[in-house]
Design a protein around this ligand. Structure first.
Ligand code: SAH
Ligand code: DHB
Ligand code: MG
Length: 239
């Protein structure tokens, strides 16, 4: 995966600084009025940052959105593709019932090591299984093991492989499952057919597939916040 400082890229390239400052300030305001952090979540972010992991985890309000969606669908089995330091993982796993399980896939051993420490600190080592390796290799293993009925699947790894991940998500889901895909707007570049950014192209290929995929009911929501301008796709599996 390409590691780059998206926040500075955003400010210097497309997003006016005053606008980004407003989004960041409003996220701060929201964070101070809703319960969007605690010592364990803060420690996960701090440990990730201290280890030099890219600062691309979902924001606190986005993490809580994932948590609320998981609770809303009554998720008992969750699959996450792209762990990083397990910040989103913690939000999702906390939505599970006592016997619920989450499997998260990460190919970078450095990220996986920090993630495991963060999960241990969060008391989630039992509920969460972290599988190391390229997701396109670990996903077929899940299928082979018969783990094919995830209630919620969060796709948040290398965007170039979004189409492949979505195909696996469909295979590993059931009618009623919710598939979420992060980073589908990319500063609005998604609407630029001439974009040469491989991540944008990965998202656009997925949208072309979604346009003709009758097995899901899908929408995309644009988001702004401390992490800039991006968005989520939500796809409800119908059949
Ligand atoms: N979900 C996290 C952020 C994930 S960032 C959060 O919001 O907190 C994307 C992660 O996907 C990175 O850790 C990166 O190493 C991982 N990744 C990239 N390519 C991958 C691949 N082919 N298989 C599995 N993980 C991959
Ligand atoms: C990138 C990846 C992410 O998962 C994200 O939320 C933001 C940025 C990236 O690779 O640039
Ligand atoms: Mg992401």
């Amino acid at each position: 995966m390409m590691e780059r400082d998206i926040s500075s890229a955003m400010i210097t390239e497309k997003i006016p600084e005053a606008m980004q400052n407003t989004w960041t300030a409003v996220d701060g305001y929201i964070n101070s009025h809703l319960t969007l952090s605690d010592p364990i979540l803060d420690a996960a972010l701090q440990a990730s940052s201290a280890a030099g992991l890219p600062e691309i985890a979902v924001t606190p309000s986005q993490g809580k959105l994932l948590h609320i969606l998981a609770r809303s669908v009554g998720a008992r089995n969750i699959l996450e593709i792209g762990t990083l330091g397990a910040y989103s993982t913690i939000w999702l796993a906390r939505a599970l019932p006592a016997d619920g399980r989450l499997i998260t896939l990460e190919f970078d051993p450095r990220h996986a090591a920090i993630a495991q420490t963060n999960l241990d600190r969060a008391g989630l080592s039992e509920k969460v299984e972290l599988r190391e390796g390229p997701a396109l290799e670990t996903l077929p293993e899940l299928a082979a093991e018969g783990l094919a009925s995830f209630d919620l699947i969060f796709i948040d790894a290398d965007k170039e492989n979004n189409v492949g991940y979505f195909a696996w998500a469909l295979r590993l889901s059931r009618p009623g499952s919710l598939i979420l895909i992060d980073n589908v707007i990319r500063d609005g570049e998604v609407a630029d057919a001439n974009s040469t950014d491989p991540m944008v192209q990965g998202v656009r290929r997925l949208n072309e597939l979604l346009a003709k995929e009758s097995r899901v009911c899908a929408t995309t929501i644009q988001t702004v916040g401390s992490k800039g301008y991006d968005g989520f796709t939500l796809a409800l599996v119908l059949s």
